[in-house]
Design a protein around this ligand. Structure first.
Ligand code: NAP
Length: 325
């Protein structure tokens, strides 16, 4: 079928949720409880970043739970209240002239709804070195708050020189005995106050002008990094049990067509109903401008967004009735 035939045959719903991480699943659960006809589109297995996380110890009510177990629990909870989940990749979200949205997918489907909640998260920038994928969740981490407590009294490394790396290196010294902060230059990019805090922290040792070339490990996880000097090209090794990588984060907001308000890094700005600057388009979770990005904040955003969608649809229906002849 052609694109215009797909649009003519668009499948209509009350609300479409893009992304099936904790925010998307929570939004689907609330939309189901609100008796809305919702559709959740997720490109992989539902669970999002939970599936890349080993143990979770900071989701209130669960002192310790495997990421994949929490993902399963959230999915079955959402389904219990009627969540309709399809596996497909969203390619674009576009607001039509009548105010409805067309959500076009890789499989060539066009789904239409008067409201969309985008919960597509973001992607931590990867180093792209051997061992990074292999030891993800087994020493390689992109989240200090999630995984720091697994490294009590251990020696670990943090990679990066921006605010995130420097702030998280400082945070990780609560747990780790020693934190190497590996930066590819001899000057940090981070703001002066964060730099000062890290440089004065006796548990942090700066490793200047080095990049990680290989992450080595065994059945127990990471045990060594191979480094390369960015000036001399010389190689060295560092024995660590953890490698936290903070070299940037890209919010997955590129599927939204048309202008929406965002900050300098591309994070979506919303109002306190989680509505973006595009009426009817809501955002929840990691791709939204906010202080911190946790499972708890993602589901909090999603709760607000789902309830706000109910109210938005009610007002929209009332307006349609009032303006009909
Ligand atoms: P960032 O500011 O873009 O810093 C990324 C860091 O990673 C830079 O130091 C960069 O080195 C390094 N890097 C990039 N690619 C690398 C690679 N392949 N190998 C090794 N190093 C690499 O990113 P961020 O720290 O995630 O911060 C993103 C934004 O969020 C910033 O605007 C930041 O101010 C904000 N933020 C603020 C706070 C806070 O205020 N408390 C906390 C976190 C984040 P170079 O310096 O050489 O380019």
């Amino acid at each position: 079928m052609t694109q215009s035939e797909n649009q003519q045959n668009a499948l209509t719903h009350d609300v479409i949720i893009v992304g099936g991480g904790p925010a998307g699943l929570c939004a689907a659960m609330y939309c189901g409880r609100g008796m809305l006809d919702g559709l959740l589109i997720e490109r992989g297995l539902p669970g999002g970043e939970l599936l890349n996380t080993d143990l979770i110890e900071d989701y209130i009510g669960f002192e310790s739970i495997l990421g994949r177990d929490l993902a399963e629990k959230m999915t079955s909870h959402a389904k219990k209240f009627g969540a309709n989940i399809v596996t497909d990749t969203v390619e674009s979200i576009e607001r039509r002239e009548d105010g409805d949205f067309d959500v076009t997918t890789q499989l060539g489907k066009v789904y239409r709804a008067p409201a969309v909640i985008v919960t597509a998260g973001g992607t931590p920038t990867k180093l792209g070195v051997p061992g990074e994928k292999e030891y993800a969740g087994k020493g390689v981490s992109y989240c200090a708050v999630c995984d720091g407590a697994f490294f009590k009294a251990e020696t670990i490394a943090v990679v990066g020189g921006g605010d995130a790396a420097v702030e998280e290196a400082d945070y990780l010294t609560r747990y780790a005995e020693k934190v190497y902060l590996i930066h590819r230059r001899d000057q940090l990019r981070a703001s002066p106050i964060l730099q000062q805090r890290a440089l004065e922290n006796p548990k942090i040792e700066m490793v200047w002008n080095k990049v990680v070339e290989v992450i080595h490990g065994d059945d127990h996880g990471v045990n060594q990094l191979r480094l390369r000097d960015t000036n001399t090209g010389g190689q060295s090794t560092l024995s660590v049990t953890g490698c936290f990588i903070f070299i940037g984060f890209i919010p997955n907001s590129g599927v939204i067509k048309g202008h929406f308000e965002h900050d300098a890094q591309g994070y979506i700005i919303t109002d306190d109903h989680m509505m973006t600057s595009i009426p009817g388009l809501f955002a929840a979770g990691d791709l939204r401008v906010q202080l911190t990005r946790q499972i708890t904040t993602a589901v909090g955003d999603a709760t607000t967004a789902a309830i706000a969608v109910e109210k938005y649809l009610t007002v929209r229906k009332e307006q349609a009735v009032a303006s009909s002849p």
